[in-house]
Design a protein around this ligand. Structure first.
Ligand code: ADP
Ligand code: MG
Length: 533
């Protein structure tokens, strides 16, 4: 018989800490935020083995005195919040007092710190949340936090970490985010003794972007700033002529926090409209507004935020993009709205007109005429956006009969390099023996044969710059291999579902390679063709 038991205090503390600190990158994010909250002008991050063995972050911020430091490593110790009402007015990153204490519980932590006033600095050593040693040290103003053997007492979590290369890349992404926002702070990142990012103080956002983006992207960025009583919005937008398919750098900040917000992303894509021609825009968008206009999900690891007035936000952002780039409001956007409202979702008699031609194209009547949808291109677009949205490696569609595939030596090397990325995109696999692998799950809604999976690796082996933007490339290939083919007959229900999913895509008009997925022919066009105007 099983009985309900209280978890030992020690275990529940570890579990709670593991919710805040998931991997090296989340520890680094919290520590950078603390440095920035302390007014640092210089933040240096060092990693060993992707942060697994060591994370060291040094800043020249305000530092802490001894009593504050002792308090800071305890749960719910914060210098930034006195009362729950303060939450709404918050302008610092931290306020929950959870980060440092959580890191302390799941690592061997050392903090060294000194303030301007203190004659002598303090070091403090904590292990699994227990303070082991406190003492004097000599150091300049600022703080150094050293996280040794993260998760040494949570072996399962430690085992769940991926390759050093991958963990380092996640940390790099975090550092870049803050570097885009805090132009007057010098950032540096070293991994296993190698300098992998140095970001000196920069004059403008464009200067800083030039360090991260491809030269072509950096040259074609347009800076803007728009004031409104509700919010101030500024940033950089990529000139649509150079919008690329992959390599897009997309970052949104609200009140100096990196966030995700679907309305804003949608508004940006719609602002660019047809000028994207199936590509993805690069942009950095910063919004400053009073904190009570934003509903920040106060779980520290979630980045999703909602605006109090999302409709206003959509109109404001899409209009700002058009104005900045001189783009006419494209007819496709109203067309999308018309289609949504008038036909597909109605399910009325018109919806039965879906008609498949040569097993390849779907005809659908819309208010202004009709649309022809390329079923393969449409499905590719849908899968591409779906797999790109995935962020974890939870299996989506386990295969009843796992597929074994034998790879060439070259393909096998590619496989080893890309296995983790493929897993996050929904292709779960493991090496079997020699160069044979077993594919256990595919992204939901796709079907792939053994040959198609092998083709995927053959194609990948041909890619030149494999290390960069591999995720977009992989997503493109997965979408292409997994999509319905020309010649495949679809039922009414399948056609309807395909079309509805296409129109909930960010960019429904083109496949990931930039070919049209849908064309519209209006009744007016037909009148013209028949000489009746
Ligand atoms: P929070 O940031 O939510 O307040 P943390 O656990 O991240 O909670 O930090 C606890 C406290 O420790 C902070 O409120 C701050 O006073 C102090 N602190 C942490 N890191 C630094 C740092 N790098 N420089 C100065 N003070 C720091
Ligand atoms: Mg903090």
């Amino acid at each position: 018989m099983s009985r309900v038991k209280l978890l030992p205090e020690d275990t529940s503390r570890k579990l709670a800490a593991g919710e805040v600190i998931v991997r090296p990158a989340s520890a680094v994010k919290e520590l950078i935020e603390n440095s920035l909250d302390a007014g640092a002008g210089r933040v240096v991050i060092e990693l060993k083995s992707g942060g697994r063995d060591l994370i060291r972050i040094t800043d020249d911020g305000s530092g802490m005195d001894r009593d504050d430091l002792r308090l800071a490593v305890h749960r719910h110790a914060t210098s930034k919040l006195n009362d729950i009402d303060d939450l709404k007015k918050l302008h610092t990153f931290g306020f929950r007092g959870e980060a440092l204490s959580s890191i302390a519980v799941v690592s061997r932590l050392r903090v060294e710190t000194a303030t301007e006033q203190s004659a002598v600095g303090t070091f403090l050593q904590v292990e699994a949340g227990e303070v082991k040693e406190v003492g004097d040290i000599a150091r300049a103003r600022g703080t150094t936090v050293v996280v040794n053997t993260l998760f040494f007492n949570l072996p399962v979590r430690r085992g769940f970490l991926k390759s050093d290369k991958y963990e380092t890349k996640l940390v790099l992404d975090v550092v870049k985010q803050y570097a885009l926002m805090f132009l007057d702070v010098h950032f540096a990142l070293r991994a296993d003794g190698e300098e992998i990012l140095v970001v000196p103080k920069a004059g403008t956002l464009k200067d800083r972007l030039a360090l991260f983006a491809d030269a072509e992207v950096a040259e074609n960025l347009v800076e803007f700033k728009i004031d409104n009583p509700m919010l101030v919005m500024s940033g950089c937008l990529l000139n649509p002529f150079s919008a690329s398919r992959a390599n897009a750098l997309q970052q949104i900040f609200i009140n100096r926090r990196p966030v995700r917000n679907r309305t804003i992303t949608r508004a940006i894509y719609d602002g660019y409209g047809a000028s994207l021609r199936g590509g993805n825009p690069s942009f950095v968008l910063m919004i400053e507004t009073s904190p009570d206009k934003v509903d920040v999900n106060i779980h520290p690891t979630k980045q999703e935020v909602r605006f109090v007035d999302e409709r206003f936000l959509y109109d404001f952002v899409s209009e700002a993009v058009r104005k900045t780039l001189g783009i006419e409001r494209s007819e496709e956007i109203p067309a999308r709205e018309v289609m949504f409202e008038s036909s597909f979702l109605s399910g009325g008699p018109e919806a039965q007109q879906f008609w498949q031609l040569h097993g390849s194209f779907i005809f659908a009547q819309v208010q202004s005429g009709y649309c022809i949808i390329d079923q393969h291109a449409a499905h590719e677009r849908i899968l591409y956006e779906e797999v790109m949205k995935r962020t974890d490696r939870s299996p989506e569609q386990g295969l009843l009969f796992p597929l074994t595939v034998e790879l060439t030596p070259e393909e096998f090397t590619v496989y080893e390099d890309t296995r983790e990325d493929l897993a996050t995109l929904g292709i779960q696999s493991k090496p079997f023996s020699g160069r044979t692998i077993v594919v256990e799950a595919l992204p939901a809604g796709t079907s792939m044969t053994r040959d198609e999976i092998r083709d995927l690796f053959t194609d990948l082996a041909k890619l030149e710059k494999r290390s960069l933007h591999v995720r977009e490339k992989l997503a493109e290939m997965v979408a292409c291999k997994g999509a319905v083919k020309a010649g495949q007959r679809l039922t009414q229900t399948e056609m309807e579902s395909l079309i509805n999913r296409l129109f909930s895509c960010q960019n429904p008009f083109f496949c990931p390679h930039g070919r049209p997925a849908i064309i519209r022919i209006t009744v007016d066009d037909l009148y013209k063709r028949f000489g009746r105007t």
